[in-house]
Design a protein around this ligand. Structure first.
Ligand code: B12
Ligand code: SF4
Length: 495
């Protein structure tokens, strides 16, 4: 069967710092291709809509699948699905991905018949089963499949993630993928899931607090197959199991693989494993992202981050000593006033790290979505991108965005100050010389993107698709009820 897999376009707010390859879709593409299907992959972060319509016309896919990892992309994907239905009424249209997994019924409802099914949870196995039986009535009975007729049982987690392989050859124009100065950059997965349970995050609900690792030899073999000189490790929290980190490092040394790496982890994981991170620094690890989230104890507790400020600051110091460039995130709460923004600005200006600010956003699939439902001020999917306030702000909304943009601007200038500009200029010039201009382009976009007036006006746009707020309940549901995959149901090794 001819299958077209599509990743939606970027959001302006995420595009300036990075653009990364659609690894999830590449994994699905490979598992489907192995079974004899003819697969094409189109990434609208990189290609225009015209190319999408050209593909529909020339490739004539019998099935079209969309990747929906982000709520803010819901309207775009519904519109694309509707146009596939109009252009190719006989095609089977399906959607899957992180965010889609939390709101399958809503997606089917918005699409009014233009989407045949939503695949919830990990897509590699379920997509195959769906393509095998999509004409049958039994579709709605398959685990992980939701149709307008009904819903199958919760999907099982894949037990053997070693067997998964991305079809990187199907993503074209790969030089467009970058993260900061790591340009061009590929992505790789060393582990899936997260054992922690932060109240604002859906990584643990999606994977049921499991953490599965890729075997070190396989991880190194996959790394060696990457042609880009830079690699982003997609794990939510890298090296939770330090022995895996050391074993992969050993394989990299054995094979003399030389690349630069960017990974995300937690402050406590870093502090517990300083030797491991120092070893990786020698192997080419240059950048790490730490989800610090808050600079006071109360907020950390409220987020159930299970770290404290003392540990977080120690981790920053330790990373500096190792020589890693650290980016960290602070979550701005809609209850912040001018004074609070100023405190955070001052703190951020006094640490050498790159500080990002995002807005506290209750997403479906998180605990705060259930708790903060009465506070929601908008149900416009496009605003659920952690750059907009979707709950009531203490300051008037326009002042909140002014403070947010001022803070983001101050932090950006901090890195592009005289010394920073000089470093960045050197890096950008050397990349441009080698033909890698993504990073250079991003430097000029900042003011266009972080514009408080524009962010404020985003709230006044016409809304065609709305999130469904969670139903009111007397007692909060159990946390396990949030799990996408049911309770740690794992497929047998070879299935
Ligand atoms: C890399 C990454 C990005 C890349 C995107 C890369 C890409 N194009 O795929 C970039 C940098 C662009 C990005 C941006 C953002 N990201 Co991001 N990102 C990630 C990250 C770290 C890894 C994604 C990944 O490759 N995972 C590995 C692959 C194998 O998993 P996967 O993509 O989930 O795919 C599996 C399933 O979801 C499913 N699936 C996926 N697609 C499809 C399609 C079909 C048809 C089917 C059947 C199944 C299916 O099957 C796959 C295989 O099992 C995840 C965290 C994580 N570890 O997953 C966060 C994560 C997905 N991002 C998140 C967020 C919040 C954002 C931003 C909104 C942040 C921001 N404001 O900047 C933006 C918005 C993006 C946009 N719309 O433009 C959240 C999502 C929260 C939510 N519920 O919406 C996550 C979960 C991080 C977190 N813990 O909070 N991100
Ligand atoms: S924020 Fe990080 S540590 Fe917390 S649950 Fe999400 S991925 Fe895990």
């Amino acid at each position: 069967m001819k299958v077209l897999l599509v990743h939606p376009g970027p959001l302006m707010y995420s595009e300036i710092f990075l653009r990364l390859e659609p690894l999830g879709l590449e994994l699905i593409a490979q598992s489907v291709r192995r079974e004899g299907h003819e697969v094409r992959l189109l990434d609208l972060q990189v290609f225009s809509r015209k190319v999408f319509f050209d593909q529909l016309r020339c490739f004539c896919p019998q099935a079209v699948g969309f990747s929906l990892n982000y709520f803010a992309n819901v309207p775009e994907i519904i519109d694309l699905a509707v146009s596939v239905r109009q252009n190719r009424p006989e095609s089977f249209i399906f959607v899957g991905g992180h965010s889609a997994s939390f709101i399958p019924e809503d997606i089917l409802e918005h699409a009014r018949g233009s989407i045949d099914c939503v695949i919830v949870g990990e897509g590699e196995k379920t997509t195959l089963r769906v393509l095998d039986s999509f004409s049958a009535q039994s579709l709605a009975k398959l685990p992980g499949v939701v149709t307008r007729e009904g819903k199958g049982p919760a999907p099982e987690l894949i037990s053997d993630i070693d067997a998964l392989e991305p079809a990187r050859d199907l993503t074209r124009n790969r030089r467009k993928y970058f993260i900061g100065g790591l340009d061009p950059c590929a992505s790789i997965e060393f582990a899936r899931g997260c054992p922690w349970d932060c109240s604002f995050c859906s990584a643990w609900t999606f994977y049921g607090r499991t953490y599965r690792t890729v075997a070190p030899e396989i991880a190194a073999k996959n790394l060696a197959a990457i042609s880009e000189p830079n690699v982003f490790i997609t794990d939510d929290v890298a090296f939770v199991h330090p022995e895996q980190g050391h074993a992969i490092a050993g394989e990299i040394e054995k094979r003399h693989i030389r690349k630069r790496y960017y990974l995300e982890t937690r402050a406590d994981v870093l502090l517990r494993n300083l030797g491991l991170f120092a070893r990786w620094k020698k192997l080419g690890l240059t950048n790490i992202f730490l989800g610090i989230e808050a600079i006071d104890e109360d907020t950390l507790k409220q987020f159930r981050k299970r770290t404290d400020t003392g540990g977080n600051f120690k981790a920053l110091e330790a990373a500096r000593k190792i020589g890693l460039v650290v980016a960290l995130n602070i979550i701005a709460d809609p209850s912040w006033d001018e004074k609070r923004f100023e405190t955070v600005r001052n703190w951020a200006l006094n640490v050498p790290e790159i500080v990002h600010i995002t807005v506290n956003t209750p997403y479906p699939g998180t605990e705060v979505w259930l708790k903060d439902a009465p506070l929601l001020t908008t149900l416009d999917y496009r605003l659920y991108d952690i750059q907009h306030a979707v709950t009531a702000t203490r300051l008037p909304l326009s002042s909140f965005y002014r403070e947010l943009a001022t803070t983001q601007g101050v932090l950006n200038r901090k890195h592009l100050g005289f010394r920073g500009l000089w470093d960045v200029f050197g890096m950008a010039a050397s990349l441009a010389f080698r033909g890698h201009t993504n990073f250079l382009k991003m430097l000029w976009k900042f003011n266009k993107v972080y514009n408080p007036q524009r962010q404020f006006e985003d709230h006044g746009r016409e809304i065609r698709y709305r999130l469904t707020p969670p139903a009111k309940t007397d007692s909060p549901p159990s946390r396990k009820a949030l799990y996408v995959h049911g309770e740690k149901r794992v497929l047998p090794k070879r299935s």
